[in-house]
Design a protein around this ligand. Structure first.
Ligand code: UD1
Length: 424
């Protein structure tokens, strides 16, 4: 069987600039939200990702017309199915985000459990409980979750945990529900404000998105519009981390630095020099870096769980000991075993990783076990002596638009190759 790999030759400084891609975690909910709109929605700055194509497939199966060309997605309203097939639910773990808009628009949605995933179990109880509070009846039938609302109405919904996906689902369902919804302990990730910005432009009445309390006054109808997806803060951080791991100077354009404060302050604590100029971030880094004593992942504005593996790759060669505690997901240290193959010194106990800096990493054959863990291995490989062979590219393709091209335009040396798996 053939398999694609990335050969990364490391050990030389990065130098270059890049305009960051549109945000995966905004493009996906915006595509789902376009289901609520009559007429045509045109989304710009959509990254070319396998998750985006999976979302497009779901839209088409449900009777919408979604066409992606380059970085533009056109979605036209339509009638059709209310059931998302199991294979689509599995293909993209975040397919649960179609639940809210389907209920808002068609008052019915049948899904299956997104199931366990590479980050540990990914329950959807918070989504379902919130929908129940809005008048949705939910029953399980032959492994399917059938959600139906005779009368979808606003409600006061306190979220037990500020789940990003549950916050988005409530906002999307409530946009066309009757009356007012007050969502408290809402997630404050910037992608939520982007979603509300889009829906408001379509005619919705949403206040407070991006803050802990979001108030949605249901309207009768939303109309499609043109909207540009916000920049991807985790992709921007990926390129900064690659430069921090390898040393050098890079400029990341088209970013929103205020959304990245917790990430930037950690890089600066590690000894990187940062310059911020409107939508550009400059990073200048010479080694050795310093350890960062303690990093704890938290919902926004805390340090993002999606950035955890990336900073770990950087701290592998910082002097001294760094501690990272993962509080958001149960199992998010699968990259650690691969970093050990590259010469890192990391011990994991439960949800904590203790990284003791080594003088350098070396290339090795490693495998991406999840999206950000895979990107972290590439960042580590940029700074490692010799060649790294990175497998498991399907994870990276879910979230990075032409990863190798972007990496190389920053002075990296990555070549994508098809190999026969037998040769591995
Ligand atoms: C989103 C992001 C993902 C990011 C995560 C946390 C998208 C497409 N994905 O995922 O990249 O890592 O936010 O910032 O935007 N939980 C429950 N029950 C639920 C829902 C969530 O227990 O019903 C738990 C999860 O298992 C996890 C935690 O809450 O431990 C955070 O999940 P959540 O914020 O919902 O993440 P996602 O929306 O899935």
């Amino acid at each position: 069987m053939a398999e694609e790999i990335l050969r990364i030759t490391g050990g030389r400084k990065l130098r270059g600039e890049i305009t960051v891609q549109g945000a995966k975690n905004s493009a996906l909910p915006l595509m789902a939200a376009s289901m609520l709109c009559d007429g045509e929605t045109v989304l710009g700055n959509v990254p070319q990702l396998t998750d985006v194509y999976a979302a497009s497939r779901i839209l088409n199966r449900l009777g919408f017309r979604c066409k992606i060309s380059g970085n533009t997605a056109k979605i036209v309203s339509g009638e059709g199915e209310t059931e998302i097939p199991d294979e689509d639910m599995r293909a993209m773990r975040s397919s649960v985000m179609f639940l809210g808009p389907m209920l808002g628009k068609r008052k019915r949605c049948v899904i299956t459990m997104p199931g366990g995933c590479e980050l540990g179990p990914r329950p959807i109880d918070l989504h379902l409980d919130a929908m129940r509070q809005m008048g949705v009846q939910i029953r399980e039938q032959q492994g399917k979750i059938v959600c139906q609302a005779e009368h979808l109405h606003g409600a006061r919904i306190p979220l037990p945990f500020p789940s990003v996906g549950a916050t988005e689902n409530v906002i999307m369902a409530a946009a066309l529900a009757e009356g007012e919804t007050v969502l408290t302990n809402a997630a404050r990730e910037p992608e939520i404000a982007d979603l509300a910005g889009f829906l408001n432009r379509c005619g919705a009445k949403i206040a407070g998105a991006g803050e802990g309390t979001v108030i949605i006054s249901g309207v009768k109808k939303l109309s499609g519009t043109a909207y540009s997806v916000m920049p991807d803060r985790i992709a921007a951080f990926t390129w900064l981390c690659a430069c921090a791991a390898a040393g050098g100077t890079v400029c990341i354009r088209g970013t929103e630095p205020k959304d990245m404060e917790s990430c930037l302050s950690v890089l600066s604590a590690a000894g990187c020099r940062l310059g911020i100029c409107k939508d550009r971030i400059y990073l200048d880094c010479s080694h050795p870096l310093r350890n960062v004593r303690y990093i704890r992942t938290m919902p926004h504005p805390g340090f993002p769980t999606d950035a955890q593996a990336l900073i770990a790759a950087v701290l592998c060669t910082a002097s001294g000991t760094s501690v990272i505690e993962e509080t958001v997901f149960e199992s998010r240290f699968k990259h650690v075993g691969e970093l050990l193959r590259m010469g890192a010194d990391i011990r994991v106990s439960g949800r904590t990783a203790v990284i003791t800096g080594v003088s350098g990493l070396h290339g090795a054959e490693v495998e991406a076990m999840d999206l950000r863990g895979g990107a972290a291995l590439a960042a580590a490989a940029a700074g490692a002596e010799g060649e790294t062979v990175l497998r498991g590219l399907r994870h990276i393709d879910r979230g990075y638009d032409h990863f190798a091209d972007a990496f190389n335009s920053l002075g990296g040396n990555a070549v994508r190759r098809v190999i026969s798996s037998a040769v591995r």
